[in-house]
Design a protein around this ligand. Sequence first.
Ligand code: FAD
Length: 412
Amino acid sequence: SEAMDRIVIVGAGQAGFQAAASLREAGFSGSLILVGDEAALPYQRPPLSKAYLAGKTDARGLLLRQESFFAEHRIDHRAGTRVTALDRGARQVRLSDGGSLGYDHLILATGTRNRTLPVPGADLAGVRQLRSLDDADALRAAIEGIRRIVVVGAGFIGLEFAAVCAARGLSVTVIEAAERVMARAVSPETSQAFRAFHEEAGVAFLFGAGVTAIEGEGGRVAAVRTADGQSLPADLVVVGIGVVPNQELAEDAGLAVRDGIEVDAFLATSDPAISAIGDCVRFPTRFAAGLPGGDRVRIESVQNAVDQGRCLAARLIGRPAAYDAVPWFWSDQGPRKLQIAGLAAPDDASVLRRASAGFSVFRFRDGRLSAVESVDRAADHMAARRLLAAGRTLTPEQASDPGFDLKALATA
Ligand code: FAD
């Protein structure tokens, strides 16, 4: 194998940070440079739409590690620096500060960026999104002293944001193009339950609604216009309509991309000197078998970013293993905790398992367990992760029987 004196990581988010930390933990002794275009030390994004937005934790509480960690582990974190181009022939990246860096191995961990609303007025003041700490700071300031918020998109982040704002007594309307919340990610049963939770908390929904324009007054947002001619007054509009992978660096350098940087089971790109991890990659996994997109997926989750960072670090220090982690995810919406294990297709069958508090929806594809959505049922979620990892299934009858011992099956 080749000498690996210098590893450069592009993107200092959850995945890039994890790869750096795991490389050092595993004994990598070469030079390690973590280049990130954000100003802050690497931080966790999930609290940005939860505790941080609600003012329950400060920016220090978001950090993945305090500053001293980077010096102690000889991780050269270049904050506020963007990689602008990739020269594969010379094994070099160009930086926004005019410099360049050579590498023996390059890790792309560039994440995603938010999709923007393609309508007139989308650039008015008061139309915002939530991806970064800067976005969250701007939103924390923006929700002071206003009354009416319109959220475009009933996905995880839009709903988490709506829940925090409704809890503060703000008027919140969520506009969604589909007919239900989290339509791409969860079963109709789970959508229905979360719609009810949010409505009880005071959130209003408009389903099957397209936004045609944002209307302004004096350069600031005033209302959101929908395809059916309604005009919803708004002091603030938050757009949460999904993301696109940051794959241009890879694409411009001639690497294979298709809604994500394409990697193999070992997280290698089509260039053996370049790997890619986290939200920006499309990778093969047994958990995607039978999904509409084939057996390759792009996943946006902390679990995936962390586990891919670890898996890649192990390969780079000489302990290669195919990436085979069970996908799992969580979303906190008001007092409710949603946890998802596995990957469901939209038309996977649903079997409800009720408990005295909370419930789980077991999803089945071709008669096999594909995913489990748990609401305030952490024990079901943990059992589901074990079942899926072991490739063990259960019958729909067992899933729906509250007396059936899931944990025993999962640990058998
Ligand atoms: P990121 O963390 O996005 O990091 C990528 C970094 O690369 C960014 O800092 C980006 O600016 C930088 N970058 C991009 N291009 C360049 C370049 N050319 N040069 C230098 N730097 C570059 N997941 C969950 O599992 N549960 C949750 O509850 C949850 N809540 C979330 C809430 C919010 C508000 C958001 C935004 C995300 C949430 N997620 C959640 C998703 C989770 O945060 C992501 O899956 C995870 O951060 C992905 O890690 P990553 O390293 O791939 O990407």
